[in-house]
Design a protein around this ligand. Structure first.
Ligand SMILES: [Zn+2]
Length: 81
């Protein structure tokens, strides 16, 4: 998915339940960036770089739907009751 112009900061992504997954081109390690994290929320996506936890190479970010974060889902379920 391409970067949408309406998403300027990581917080904008998190609000739309999108997450950034970073794949390392060197070792293949993947991790998901939490856009709600303090310090990331107001950070611009453009120009951001993510270093691999394992080998220190610069990873390649891609944007997708949040899946693993059950906290939000649980919150949503509570509201439905
Ligand atoms: Zn790596």
């Amino acid at each position: 998915m391409a970067l949408a112009t309406s998403h300027t900061t990581f917080g904008d992504l998190a609000r739309d339940e999108l997450a950034i997954e970073v794949t390392c081109p060197n070792c293949g390690h993947r991790r998901t960036i939490d856009g709600n994290a303090p310090g990331l929320r107001n950070r611009r996506i453009a120009g951001a770089r993510f270093r691999c936890d394992q080998c220190g190479s610069v990873g390649l970010p891609s944007i997708g739907k949040q899946r693993r974060w059950t906290g939000r889902l649980a919150e949503h379920a509570r509201k439905l009751r």
